[in-house]
Ligand binder design. Structure first.
Ligand SMILES: [Zn+2]
Length: 82
């Protein structure tokens, strides 16, 4: 994966991890969360694109609950790494 940047904070990344299968390659529509700022986007053609409020609201409740949990964990990790 080439070096890319978060559209929200500019954090440069060159990898991603699928929570249920670390060897999986994201497919179009999979949700992405920036480790640095928590920006929630979706994979499309190898890039992460913005997720509109409407698209976010239409996500499965289980996925939205996972996003909230990941965001809590992300904030804790970022506190420790400051
Ligand atoms: Zn970011």
């Amino acid at each position: 994966m080439d070096l890319k940047k978060c559209r929200n904070c500019g954090y440069a990344y060159n990898r991603y991890t699928e929570l249920s299968d670390e060897s999986a390659i994201p497919k179009n529509g999979d949700i992405s969360i920036c480790l640095s700022c928590g920006y929630v986007g979706a994979f499309k053609g190898g890039w992460i694109v913005a997720l509109s409020q409407k698209q976010y609201m239409e996500l499965d409740e289980e996925i939205k609950a996972r996003i909230v949990k990941i965001e809590r964990a992300r904030k804790e990790v970022m506190k420790v790494n400051k």
